[in-house]
Design a protein around this ligand. Structure first.
Ligand code: CP3
Length: 341
């Protein structure tokens, strides 16, 4: 049904003529037309207005040409729907004026009816699917419960999420109650996204690498696994953990269709740790898009040769940076499309 189904083929591990390519955070800040919309509408208005979310989601498809679209939204709509205030402060990023740091705070967090709180996301999916007209698949996403906890407790971005870790290690009972509430909300949310029409989902465990391997299992992975268990029979799940190479073995046995890796783990190690069969996604250093297009193209070819063209999705190892020239993003995508192994 979908005309360009390279991504779906790669997620099923089927042989492809070349790997599919998309970029994390492709619907955003490096595109001049996005910046124009940003001047007119604040961040959550852009998320909550299906016409705007659709326009921004489709923008990179028309202007840069990746093989999949990812819905314009944010992982922090989940805490917002759970009765935790979230603002996006220009120049600062996410800002939560009342962070959750106590047992009482956790008790006040809701597990909402996602159709009541997040219907605008499902409406945006339906509108985007219409606009895409089955040209490329649409990816839906959610943050991992641990990554959502990081913002919910810390109250803002951080280099080490020290307050989030302090909360987990000094009050683990409350932390696990909070993680379970986030997990339950996320499962209902992703199931509703699938019902609205997304073709694949990605879990972003952007801050999983902040934890030791043992704490990762306790505070992150077991909740990721619950989400994968609940979704894997309905939709292919991509599990991305930044800095989580140490967990690739468990991840490869989870039922996820693909695993995202960052640039600190080379292709050979990632294949070895994940058992050699499962589809991998990544892992171009986003800062490498500052290199001239000719060099980007060489490095992309090398990356594909190292991962192999099958069971592989070309992507960055984390989100695209805001000041990357559009032509460099295009060089990345074109290099994959021109690949002839
Ligand atoms: O990938 C896409 O293009 C789809 C949209 C998307 C956004 N955020 C839009 C966005 C996705 C998938 C995300 C996920 C997200 N949001 C993550 C996980 C991925 C990652 O990068 O680690 C995280 C940790 C967040 C939380 C968040 N939202 C942060 C840390 C910021 C950064 C603030 C900044 O300006 O750098 C945001 C804001 C945000 N989310 C922007 C966009 C396009 C930029 C702000 C804006 O446009 O006003």
């Amino acid at each position: 049904m979908i005309k360009n189904d390279l991504l779906l083929k790669a997620l099923r591990g089927e042989t492809v003529e070349r790997p599919p390519v998309w970029m994390m955070r492709q619907a955003g800040r490096y595109l001049p037309d996005f910046m124009k919309l940003k001047e007119k509408y604040d961040f959550f208005t852009r998320c909550r207005t299906p016409e705007l979310a659709t326009e921004i989601t489709v923008m990179p498809i028309r202007q840069v040409g990746p093989d999949a679209a990812i819905l314009f939204s944010d992982i922090l709509v989940i805490p917002q729907a759970m009765n935790i205030e979230v603002e996006m402060k220009p120049g600062v990023g996410p800002w939560l004026p009342n962070p959750v740091r106590t047992t009482e705070g956790v008790n006040q967090v809701n597990v909402p009816d996602v159709h009541e709180e997040l219907q605008y996301v499902f409406d945006a999916i339906k509108m985007t699917k219409q606009e895409l007209n089955d040209e490329v698949p649409l990816i839906g996403f959610a943050g991992s419960p641990w990554t959502i906890l990081c913002y919910t407790v810390q109250g803002q971005g951080s280099k080490n999420f020290d307050l989030a870790k302090k909360f987990c290690f000094s009050n683990p009972e409350a932390a696990h109650i909070l993680l379970q509430k986030i997990t339950d909300t996320t499962i209902a949310y992703l199931k509703a996204k699938v019902a609205a029409g997304v073709d694949a989902v990605q879990l972003f465990d952007s801050w999983g690498g902040m934890l030791s391997p043992v704490d990762y299992q306790t505070f992150s992975w077991q909740y990721m696994q619950q989400i994968i268990d609940a979704l894997k029979d309905e939709v292919p799940v991509i599990a991305y953990g930044k800095g989580c190479w140490f967990a690739l073995k468990e991840m490869s046995e989870s039922g996820a269709a693909a695993l995202g890796v960052d640039w600190t783990c080379n292709a050979r190690n990632a294949r070895y740790l994940s058992g050699g069969k499962i589809t991998l996604q990544g892992n171009f250093d986003p800062a490498r898009l500052y290199s001239p297009p000719s060099e980007i193209k060489k490095m992309v070819n090398q990356m594909i040769n190292e991962f192999g063209k099958d069971a592989y999705i070309a992507n960055l190892g984390h989100g695209i940076l805001p000041d990357i020239p559009v032509e460099n993003a295009r060089a990345f995508v074109d290099a994959v499309k021109e690949y002839r192994g």
